[in-house]
Design a protein around this ligand. Structure first.
Ligand code: ADP
Length: 770
C-alpha cells in the first residue's frame, strides 16, 4: 500500500494518553482548540490527528513544540453532547502518522502528515519476538483483570505483529512516555523489542502484586481468626464459670516448655501482670504477644546431629557438581565438628560471585547434619535493631531477625546462614556489625540479649555460616572470626553439566513439567550459556532455563505438543534475540585497543581499553569507568613509554604535541585497579606507533615506572573470563605463575599463558611489529 499523506488535517491534543491505530476510544473534548478541530473535521471528511501533549498538565497549547511529532490519524465515528460545552467523541484509530509540516497554532491547529509504514513484517526475528510477546501477553491476560476480555480476545486473534503492538500498547496500563515511544518507533522489530521489555516488567509486577496480596490476606485471616477464636474461648469459659482458664493455660504451657529457669520466672511474672489488665487495653496485647514469643521460641528443642560422615559426603556430591576442593574442606569441617561438638569452631564464610552455589552448599551442610536451615540476608541492614530487636515498649516492637530466624527454625541448633555479610552497612542508628560480632562470638553468644526478649538466649549451639561476594568491605573483627572458603566461577563445561544434571530438572519440576517431557540439548545449553548469560556463576543460566520451562509448560498444557525438544536453533524463538556475542569483545587486530582482564565483585571479566592519540598540546584525558588507581597506572604507563620513546621509535617531541585520550568502555570497575597497567601501556604504545594490538591476546599485570610487571590477584577468575570470550594467549606477571595450578585443566589446556617480568616483553608479544 502506498504511504498515505493528508494535508491541513485538524489536530486534537491529548492530555495524559496516547491513541493507537486499530483501536476505538472515546475522548471528552472541552478546550476551544479541540472543539474547533472537531468542527473542522466534521465539516470535511471526519479525519483528525490525535497527538499527545508533552506536558499533560498544560491547559493551553501554543505551539507544535508542545506536542509530540507522531500521532494517530483517526476518523470520528460519533459525537454526543455532555453537560456544559463538553462533547464526547468516539474515534477509530486508522494509522500512525508523523507531522511533516506544522501550521500556525491559534484557535485551531492544523498540519500536514505522512503515514508511518512499518517495514519487513515477515522477518524471522520479528516472528520470534512476536511469538514471545504473544505468549507473555496471554500469561498477563490470563492472570489479570487489568486487561478487558474483549482486548484479550483481540490480542489473541491478532496475527500481524505491527497491529499487535498497537492493540497491546493501547491496553497496557503504562505511562505516556513508553506508550509514545512505542507509537513512534518505525521498525516493527524495534517496536516488538520494546514491547517485550515492557511486558516482562508487567509480568514481574503482576507476580509481585499477587504475592503481596496473598501475604496481606494471610496475615489478616490469621489475625482475625485468632481474635475470633480467643473471644469465643473466653465466652465459653465465662459461660462455664471457669474464667481463669487463659491464665491457667498459659501457665501450664510456660511450665511445660522447658525454658531456662530465668526465662520461666520472667514469663510467669509478665503473665501475672497481664492477668491484672483489661483484655481491651493495648498493654494486654503487648504482653500477650510477648508471652507468645517466649512460648514459640525453641528453648530446649534440638535436633540430633547426623554423625555419619560418609552419608554427608554423599549428600554433598548429590547436591553439587564439581567444587571438589570446597566439598573436601566442608567434609573436613564436618569431621572436626563431630569431634569437638562445634566448640570454638571458626565460622565458615563462602566467598565468591553470585550464583556459584554458596547458599546451596550451606543448605547441604544443614542436610548433612540433619539440622534445620534458616537464612537471613544482611544486604542493606543498617540498623542495629534489625539484629537485636526493639524494646517492647516501642510501638510495634518485635525481636530482631536473629531471634525471628531461630523461631522459624523451631530448634535451638539450626544452621543459620547470614547472607551477604559484606553488604552490611552502618550509620547513625547503631552499628549492626558489632551486634553481629556478639552473635558470632562464642564467648558471648551463649547469653545473647535481644532487646525485645529481655532475657538471654543461648545461640552457642547454632551453626552460623556466612556468605560474601568480596572480602574488602567486611569489618576486620568479623573477618578474624571466619574461615574463608573461596568459590570461583565455573567453566563453560561445568556450567553445562550443572544445567544438565540439576537446573533443568529442578526448573522443569517447579513448572509442573513431567519427567521426560522436556529435553534441552547440549548445544542448546551452550547457546544459552554463550548467548544469553555473561556471568561467573549459573544464576542467569538458571533464570533462562526457567523462562524456557515456563514457555514449555504453557505449550505442553495446551496439548498442541506432547514432548518438547529445545535445540540451539530454537533457543532464540524462546528467549528472544541473543544478548551477548562471543566475538563482540575481540574483533580484529586494532590500533589503540587492548583487551585487559579484570576481577570484579561479580567475577572475572574482560576489559577493553581504548586509546587515541591526536594532535594537541600534550594533555592526557581519561574517561569511562576509571577508578583513581587506574588513573595512576595510566600515568605510570605514559611515563614509562615516554622515557623509553626512542627504543620504540617515537619522536620525543611527539609527547608535547599529542593529546592522549584513554577510555575504558563499560564493564564493571575492577577490584584491583592497578592490574590494568600493562593493558593501558599496550594500548597507548599502539596508539602512538600506529601498530595494531593482536586481538587474540588478553593481559593482566601492574606496571611500575621502570617498566617492571608486578603480580595481581584473581588470576583464576580472569582466566575463566579470557576463556569465555575466546582469546588464545594470556599475558600474566611471572610472579603469578604459582597461581596457574588453581585454574581448571580444561581451561589451562585451551589458553597459552605467557609469564612476563618486563612490560617490554608485553609489547613485543602483543603489538604487531614492535
Ligand atoms: P550463591 O549463593 O552463590 O549466589 P546459589 O547457591 O543461590 O548461589 O546458586 C544458584 C543456583 O545454582 C542454585 O539453584 C544452585 O543450586 C545452583 N548451583 C550452583 N552451583 C552448583 C553446582 N556446583 N552444582 C549444582 N547446582 C549448582
Amino acid at each position: 500500500m502506498p504511504k498515505r499523506t493528508l494535508n491541513d488535517i485538524p489536530v486534537l491534543p491529548l492530555r495524559g494518553r496516547v491513541m493507537f491505530p486499530g483501536t476505538n476510544a472515546s475522548v471528552d473534548v472541552g478546550r476551544l482548540i479541540s472543539l474547533n478541530a472537531v468542527k473542522k473535521a466534521t465539516d470535511g471528511d471526519s479525519y483528525i490527528l490525535l497527538v499527545a501533549q508533552r506536558d499533560a498538565e498544560k491547559e493551553q497549547v501554543d505551539s507544535f513544540g508542545e506536542l509530540y511529532a507522531v500521532g494517530t490519524v483517526c476518523r470520528i465515528r460519533q459525537i454526543s453532547r455532555l453537560p456544559g460545552s463538553t462533547i464526547r467523541l468516539t474515534v477509530e484509530g486508522l494509522f500512525r502518522a508523523i507531522i511533516v509540516r506544522e501550521g500556525i497554532v491559534g484557535e485551531i491547529a492544523c498540519c500536514d502528515v505522512a503515514e508511518i509504514v512499518p517495514d519487513n513484517r515477515d522477518d524471522e526475528l520479528v516472528e520470534a519476538y512476536f511469538r514471545t510477546a504473544k505468549d507473555i501477553m496471554s500469561d498477563i491476560c490470563q492472570g489479570e483483570s487489568r486487561i478487558s476480555k474483549e482486548a484479550a480476545a483481540a490480542l489473541d486473534r491478532c496475527s500481524d505483529p505491527d497491529e499487535f503492538v498497537n492493540i497491546a500498547a493501547a491496553n497496557l496500563k503504562i505511562g505516556v512516555v513508553p506508550k509514545q515511544e512505542l507509537l513512534e518507533k518505525e521498525r516493527v522489530i524495534d517496536r516488538l523489542k520494546q514491547l517485550d521489555k515492557i511486558l516482562n516488567d508487567e509480568l514481574e509486577i503482576m507476580r509481585l502484586e499477587r504475592k503481596i496480596n496473598a501475604l496481606v490476606r494471610q496475615n489478616i485471616d490469621k489475625n482475625q481468626k485468632e481474635y475470633y477464636l480467643r473471644e469465643q474461648l473466653r465466652a465459653i469459659h465465662t459461660e462455664l464459670g471457669d474464667d481463669e482458664s487463659e491464665k491457667e493455660e498459659l501457665e501450664r504451657k510456660i511450665n511445660e516448655k522447658g525454658m531456662p529457669e530465668e526465662v520461666r520466672e520472667k514469663a510467669l511474672k509478665e503473665l501475672s501482670r497481664m492477668d491484672k489488665m483489661q483484655t481491651s487495653s493495648p498493654d494486654y496485647n503487648v504482653l500477650r504477644m510477648y508471652l507468645d514469643w517466649l512460648l514459640d521460641l525453641p528453648w530446649s528443642e534440638t535436633t540430633e546431629d547426623n554423625k555419619d560422615l560418609d552419608a554427608a559426603v554423599k549428600i554433598l556430591n548429590e547436591d553439587h557438581y564439581g567444587l571438589e576442593k570446597i566439598k573436601e574442606r566442608v567434609t573436613e569441617y564436618l569431621a572436626v565438628h563431630r569431634i569437638t561438638g562445634g566448640l570454638n569452631a571458626p565460622i565458615l564464610c563462602f566467598v565468591g560471585p553470585p550464583g556459584v552455589g554458596k547458599t546451596s552448599i550451606a543448605t547441604s551442610i544443614a542436610r548433612c547434619l540433619g539440622r534445620k536451615f534458616v537464612r537471613m540476608s544482611l544486604g542493606g541492614v543498617k540498623d542495629e535493631s534489625e539484629i537485636r530487636g526493639h524494646r517492647k515498649t516501642y510501638i510495634g516492637a518485635m525481636p530482631g531477625r536473629i531471634i525471628a530466624g531461630i523461631k522459624n527454625a523451631g530448634t535451638s541448633n539450626p544452621v543459620f546462614l547470614l547472607d551477604e555479610i559484606d553488604k552490611l552497612s552502618s550509620d547513625l542508628r547503631g552499628d549492626p556489625a558489632s551486634a553481629l560480632l556478639e552473635v558470632l562470638d562464642p564467648a558471648q553468644n551463649s547469653t545473647f540479649r535481644d532487646r525485645y526478649l529481655e532475657v538471654p538466649y543461648d545461640l552457642s549451639k547454632v551453626l552460623f555460616i556466612t556468605t560474601a561476594n568480596g572480602l574488602d568491605t567486611i569489618p576486620r573483627p568479623l573477618l578474624d572470626r571466619m574461615e574463608i572458603i573461596e568459590i570461583n566461577g565455573y567453566t563453560q563445561e561445568e556450567k553445562r553439566e550443572i544445567a544438565k544434571r540439576y537446573l533443568v530438572s529442578k526448573r522443569a519440576k517447579l513448572n509442573g513439567i513431567e519427567e521426560g517431557k522436556l529435553v534441552i540439548t547440549d548445544d542448546a545449553l551452550d547457546e544459552i550459556i554463550n548467548g544469553y548469560t555473561m556471568e561467573a556463576g549459573v544464576r542467569n543460566l538458571e533464570r533462562s532455563i526457567d523462562s524456557i520451562c515456563r514457555k514449555a509448560a504453557v505449550k505442553l498444557a495446551s496439548g498442541k505438543v506432547k514432548k518438547m525438544r529445545v535445540t540451539a536453533r530454537t533457543v532464540e524463538g524462546l528467549l528472544g534475540a541473543r544478548r551477548f556475542d562471543r566475538d563482540s569483545f575481540i574483533q580484529k587486530d586494532e590500533v589503540g585497543a587492548a583487551t585487559g582482564l579484570a576481577w570484579t565483585a561479580v567475577g572475572g571479566t574482560t576489559l577493553t581499553i581504548e586509546v587515541s592519540a591526536m594532535h594537541g598540546k600534550g594533555e592526557v584525558l581519561l574517561t569511562g569507568k576509571l577508578g583513581d588507581v587506574m588513573k595512576e597506572s595510566a600515568r605510570a604507563a605514559i611515563s614509562y613509554i615516554r622515557s623509553n620513546s626512542e627504543e620504540y621509535g617515537i619522536d620525543q617531541n611527539a609527547f608535547e604535541t599529542t593529546d592522549i585520550h584513554i577510555h575504558v568502555p563499560e564493564g564493571a570497575t575492577p577490584k584491583d585497579g592497578p592490574s590494568a597497567g600493562i593493558t593501558m601501556a599496550t594500548a597507548i604504545l599502539s596508539a602512538f606507533t600506529g601498530k595494531p594490538v593482536r586481538s587474540s591476546v588478553a593481559m593482566t599485570g601492574e606496571i611500575t615506572l621502570r617498566g617492571k610487571v608486578l603480580p595481581i590477584g584473581g588470576l583464576k577468575e580472569k582466566a575463566l573470563a579470557a576463556y569465555r570470550v575466546g582469546v588464545t594467549d594470556v599475558i600474566i606477571p611471572a610472579d603469578n605463575k604459582k597461581d596457574l595450578e588453581e585454574i581448571p585443566k580444561s581451561v589451562r589446556e585451551r589458553l597459552n599463558f605467557i609469564p612476563v617480568t618486563e612490560v617490554d616483553t608485553v609489547f613485543k608479544t602483543a603489538i604487531i611489529g614492535i
